[in-house]
Design a protein around this ligand. Structure first.
Ligand SMILES: *[C@@H]1O[C@H](CO)[C@@H](O)[C@H](O)[C@H]1NC(C)=O
Ligand SMILES: *[C@@H]1O[C@H](CO)[C@@H](O)[C@H](O)[C@H]1NC(C)=O
Ligand SMILES: [Ca+2]
Length: 246
């Protein structure tokens, strides 16, 4: 376990303390091959979480997906925070739309979904601080409707419109205001995120409930927490997700 972790941190050049240059004892080609192997191999993050421990406009996790031309989306994740300010929970940008599919917590009691830069707000779902939440959002191009689920409780279905999602860049921890960039520390996420899955179809309410209850559910076919390819940039830790003591 420790070894794997050690290896992981080596994968992420940005985790190196600033100012310490890696010593190039190893032939460059070998180093390069190691780095690309790190980036390309999916990891099973079951029982783990990403910890975002401080406010920055840089720390983030980039999730690799080859999905293209999506006509529907479901994203589910679990999060834990004490932020009452704005923060991004899931930021997907496309070349034409920085808020291609964005789950965003506003500073009042609302959770917003953006698709293709259009926004709808869902009120009164009860987003408490300092507890784990299961958050799922769905949308499909045919109806243009989006829906938010918090801990199995659903919002109304609201109209967003939008068009098919192509060439997505998916980022946790920061909110994209351009394709892959322009982050704002005041919209960054501080806390923990786990169990991120994304499907290219709309999950049924029963499937969402299975996710919430962590029962047998079909893992995401676009992003799968049990086989995730990602890059960590800045201070984001992969930690064991400890269950609370009963
Ligand atoms: C992302 O996935 C593609 C194809 O699946 C691969 O070629 C690329 O190297 C991956 N990038 C990262 C950063 O993992
Ligand atoms: C996306 O998929 C639809 C339906 O299969 C197809 O008509 C369209 O040409 C595709 N667009 C691109 C850019 O591949
Ligand atoms: Ca944005």
């Amino acid at each position: 376990m420790r070894k794997r972790h050690h290896f992981k941190t080596q994968c992420s050049s940005s985790l190196r303390p600033q100012g310490t240059k890696p010593s190039f004892k190893m032939p460059f080609l070998l180093l390069f091959m190691m780095l690309s192997a790190c980036a390309a191999s999916p990891q099973d993050l079951s029982g783990k979480m990403f910890t975002f421990p401080q406010e920055t406009n840089t720390a983030r996790v980039m999730l690799n997906t080859s999905a293209d031309n999506l006509s529907a989306v479901t994203v589910c994740l679990r999060s834990f925070t004490d932020l009452s300010r704005d923060h991004s929970l899931f930021s997907l940008a496309t070349p034409s739309s920085d808020n291609g599919f964005l789950i965003f917590k506003g500073n009042s009691d609302k959770i917003s979904l953006y698709v293709d830069n259009k926004q709808v707000d869902y009120l009164g779902l009860g987003y408490e601080l300092n507890v784990w939440h299961s958050i799922c959002s769905t949308w499909d191009v045919e109806s243009g409707l989006g829906q938010m689920w918090l801990n199995g409780k659903s919002s109304p279905r609201k109209f967003l419109g939008g068009s098919r999602i192509s060439q997505p860049i998916v980022i946790l921890g920061q909110e994209q205001d351009s394709y892959g960039g322009r982050f704002d520390a005041k919209q960054s996420f501080i806390g923990m995120i786990s169990d991120v899955h994304m499907w290219d179809y709309v999950l049924s309410p029963c499937e969402i409930q299975s996710y919430v209850d962590n029962l047998n559910f079909t893992p995401g076919n676009v992003l799968n927490w049990r086989a995730l390819t990602f890059d960590v940039i800045g201070r984001v830790l992969i930690e064991n997700r400890l269950l609370t003591c009963h």
